[in-house]
Design a protein around this ligand. Structure first.
Ligand SMILES: CC(=O)N[C@H]1[C@@H](OP(=O)(O)OP(=O)(O)OC[C@H]2O[C@@H](n3ccc(=O)[nH]c3=O)[C@H](O)[C@@H]2O)O[C@H](CO)[C@@H](O)[C@@H]1O
Ligand SMILES: C=C(OP(=O)(O)O)C(=O)O
Length: 418
């Protein structure tokens, strides 16, 4: 199994080019299912989750070709509407096949994803919303089995804010008969990016990016060209790595308006953060890193996908920081691993009290989920000696060539076979 060997002590400096957003590329790739024409997608990150999505699309019968960051999907010949457990278990976002398959073909079977390292993550809101649109859905043998001759527009009020839940219902509604209104919708930039792609396909969508999205269904959609927006979480991860190493890093090909709350927290932590239209520079030279309190909430609040990285920031920073996780019930698996490296963190319920640790020491640690893995790599960059991060397949799900990008900034990190 592959591992990262990280030697601590380097100060990160230089430029890093940010990839397209995993969490936008995934729903957009599944949305290609909706048209009987090819779509051309640019700035698609090269990631394990994207590979898994290609596998699913090909299994359905779509033609998928990719060259670098450009992907062409032609879903004309889809003949199979079953997403099997073997693939779904490796990527929860496979649930995003449900809405588009059902909307275009009138039936779909998608394996239930099951729980994961950060929480139970049920998909009841996806199912309830589709039922509201007239789908007949049963859960049998671990599969969600859905049927509807033609989905009907409906008024859906989501009990909780769900990102992929909102996306699944949007993708179903664009081919439904009549108007669908999704209230208490998620407002993440990735929702807006999906809406842009669907609109380019001919869909009629108003309000994406607000908590009320109105969709007028169409009989047919066309293929379209779309460029995936930059990855705000990858950007934030590099900025935190720059901050904790006292570095000076510029993220290129990114969008500062997508992560305003994260940039504010970094400024509060003592960093000098400057931005341009498509770049963000964080300069920590000669400045003192101070702890910050964070509480994860749906967008536009502080993102849960940046929580683990900020936990490490607080370990390194002067002072005491409170990290409160309100989105997922179990997203602190990085804490015991960080404690093994000498971090002083007390967990009480959904809050971590993080105290400054004079120094972290390298250790063998285990990645448990995507962002936890990123936090362990960041901790390794500041620890004394060597850190071995195990199970890095988690990190490969969502970070494109992270070791190359970090090495380009001066980090000492190698991929090794453990
Ligand atoms: C591929 C993708 O975009 N993944 C992101 C998406 O995950 P994902 O879309 O799975 O996360 P959700 O927004 O759905 O989850 C938010 C909360 O709602 C709960 N819930 C969700 C659906 C449901 O049917 N029932 C229910 O109870 C979840 O368990 C969780 O507690 O948003 C999360 C929250 O910003 C991010 O951490 C993930 O990176
Ligand atoms: C939790 C994440 O992804 P997923 O929803 O695909 O598990 C993430 O991107 O941090």
């Amino acid at each position: 199994m592959q591992q990262f060997l990280v030697s601590g002590g380097a100060t990160l400096k230089g430029d890093v080019v940010i990839s397209g957003a995993k969490n936008a590329a995934l729903p957009i790739l599944f949305a290609t299912i909706l048209a009987e024409q090819p779509s051309v997608l640019s700035n698609v990150p090269v990631l394990k989750d994207i590979d898994t999505t290609f596998k699913l699309l090909r299994l359905f019968g779509a033609e998928v070709s990719s060259e670098g960051h450009q992907v062409i999907v032609d879903a004309t010949a889809i003949h199979n509407q079953v997403a099997p457990y073997e693939l779904v278990k490796t990527m929860r976002a496979s649930i995003l096949a449900l809405g588009p398959l059902l909307a275009r073909f009138g039936h779909a079977e998608v394996s239930l994803p099951g729980g994961c390292a950060i929480g139970a993550r049920p998909v009841n809101l996806h199912i309830d919303g589709l039922k509201k649109m007239g789908a007949d859905i049963v859960v049998e043998n671990g599969y969600i089995k859905a049927k509807a001759s033609r989905l009907q527009g409906a008024h859906i009020v989501m009990d909780m804010v769900s990102v992929t839940g909102t996306e699944n219902l949007m993708m179903a509604a664009v081919l439904a008969d009549g108007v669908t209104v999704i209230d208490n919708a998620a407002r993440e930039p990735e929702i807006v990016d999906l809406a842009k792609y669907l609109s380019a396909m001919g869909a009629q969508i108003e309000g994406a990016g607000t908590d009320s999205i109105r969709i007028t269904g169409k009989a047919k959609l066309l293929g379209a060209a779309h460029t995936v927006l930059p990855d705000r979480i990858e950007t934030g991860t590099f900025l935190v790595a720059a901050a904790v190493t006292g570095g000076d890093v510029t993220c290129r090909n990114t969008d500062p308006t997508e992560l305003e709350v994260v940039l504010e927290k970094l400024r509060e932590a003592g960093a000098e953060v400057t931005t341009g239209a498509d770049w963000i520079r964080l300069n920590m030279t000669g400045r003192v890193l101070k702890s910050v309190n964070i509480k994860t909430v749906p967008h536009p609040g502080f993102p849960t996908d940046m929580q683990a990285q900020f936990t490490v920031l607080n370990v390194v920073a002067e002072g005491v920081g409170l990290v409160t996780e309100t989105i997922f019930e179990n997203r602190f698996m990085h804490v015991p691993e960080l404690q093994r490296m000498g971090a002083d963190i007390q967990l009480e319920g959904n809050t971590a009290l993080v105290k400054h640790s004079a120094s972290l020491t390298g250790a063998q640690v285990m990645a448990t989920d995507l962002r936890a893995s990123a936090s362990l790599v960041i901790a390794g960059l500041v620890a004394q000696g060597q850190t071995v991060v195990d199970r890095i397949y988690h990190i490969d799900r969502g970070y494109e060539q992270i070791e190359h990008k970090l090495r380009g900034l001066g980090a000492q990190i190698e991929r090794i076979n453990g």
